[in-house]
Ligand binder design. Structure first.
Ligand code: 6MQ
Ligand code: ZN
Length: 378
């Protein structure tokens, strides 16, 4: 049911992805049990069944369509059976938009002190209480069926960066076997299971991974193993190698990205969906995202700056409060300060993807990209 149909520029009976200029950029519509959503899209991250510091009502107001939660975290606490008893994740967190859950493949390797990876799965110690835990494709899929997200991810290994070719090859082949096991374990109808392309930073492994997963016929594809510390040009090169091998009529989701400069480049290669903790995380240490780069509103320079973070921003923070006020709250450790920077950063990225979509529909994406990159300092 997670069909992906591009938005056609002219009215027509069928929908097809609108291609733009000499790029792979496309404007699409993602059909899920909780609604039809526009792409390109940014998905706010709500790791533990809440997008930190903002409410579902505020998320709806700022235009969030699909939000993310993490199987790894919810499996450890409060447990995915408990969430199922509560009526599933949508009911539990009172969110009636789309939900995508990551499978735990990344969190196990980035959070829990790793014990061991075998063909069967990954043994690790919980970062919460140090208990010995184990995740396999079957366990991760069952957990995600309990949570009831609209889109779930296959259990994979996010290859660390850098990694030896041989390690990347063996790990990628195992991830493909795990994707097949994930598919067999996935019995919940109405829920889309996406595979995750791996391959490290090796072009040939990326192509093999993409081709193998495409032949297993998933309704959508995550691109994993990126945004793990590699230089941005390397990430873009992996996209160039991978995205063209993925079906045009299915969504492509670049995991863990990111900042607007990365989003506009990835959209050019044909990516439709993004998630990243960046906007909510940097908000909590007083950094606001703007079209010219980062603005550390906590800095003394803004003590008497009575302008909003961004005069052209339509968010609740910019419409009602000044930099001086937000800086005061952050300095005073007032929770409302973090809420305002978080609201602004999420709104900024959600609005940015809306602007990219509009540019694609009006066939001016490449000039939009040029203008944006010219004024954005990384
Ligand atoms: C720029 O933010 C830092 O970088 C991480 C985001 N980068 C990222 N790459 C990912 C790859 C995968 C993958 O291969 N497989 C699965 N299943 N999920 C994934 C999730 C991923 N997220 C954030 O994660 C932390 C919190 C470590 O820092 C952030
Ligand atoms: Zn704002």
């Amino acid at each position: 049911t997670c069909a992906f149909a591009g938005q056609k520029k002219v009215l027509a009976a069928y929908e097809e992805a609108v291609k733009c200029g000499y790029s792979g950029a496309r404007a699409g519509r993602l059909h899920t049990p909780h609604g039809v959503f526009d792409t390109p899209m940014f998905m706010p991250v709500g790791t533990q069944a809440t997008v930190k510091a903002v409410s579902p009502r505020e998320l709806k107001e700022m235009g969030a369509q699909i939000i993310l939660s993490n199987t790894y975290h919810l499996y450890l606490r409060p447990g995915t059976e408990l969430v199922a008893e509560a009526g599933g994740l949508h009911r539990f967190m009172d969110w009636d938009g789309g939900i995508l859950t990551d499978s735990g493949g990344f969190q196990v390797f980035s959070l829990g002190p790793l014990r061991k990876i075998t063909e069967e799965g990954a043994a690790f110690r919980s970062h919460i209480d140090g208990s010995t835990q184990f995740l396999s494709p079957e366990i991760a899929i069952k957990a995600q069926m309990n949570l009831g997200a609209d889109i779930i991810m296959a259990f994979d290994e996010c290859i660390p960066y850098p990694a030896e070719y041989q390690y990347a090859k063996l790990s990628t082949e195992r991830t493909t076997r795990w994707a097949e096991r994930s598919q067999k374990a996935h019995t919940r109808s109405g829920q889309a299971l996406f595979a995750i392309v791996q391959g490290g930073m090796y072009q040939d492994l990326r192509r093999v991974s993409a081709n193998d997963l495409v032949s297993l016929d998933f309704p959508g594809y995550g691109i994993g193993g990126l945004s793990v510390g590699e230089p941005k040009p390397v990430m873009y090169e992996m996209l160039e190698q991978t995205v063209p091998l993925l079906p045009e009529n299915k969504p492509r989701y670049l995991m863990g990205v990111g900042t607007p400069d990365c989003l506009v480049e990835a959209v050019r290669y044909g990516i439709d969906m993004f998630d990243c903790v960046f906007p909510t995380r940097v908000a909590r240490n007083g950094t606001a995202m703007t079209k010219s780069g980062r603005l550390v509103v906590k800095n003394a320079a803004y003590a008497k700056d009575f302008l909003p973070i961004d005069e052209n921003c339509g968010c609740y923070a910019c419409q009602n409060f000044s930099r001086a006020y937000i800086r005061h709250l952050l300095k005073a450790d007032e929770i409302f300060g973090l809420r305002l920077t978080t609201i602004h950063n999420l709104y900024f990225l959600l609005d940015f993807t809306k602007k990219m979509r509009q540019a694609i529909l009006e066939d001016r994406f490449l000039s939009f990209r040029e203008e944006f990159l010219a004024q954005y300092c990384k």
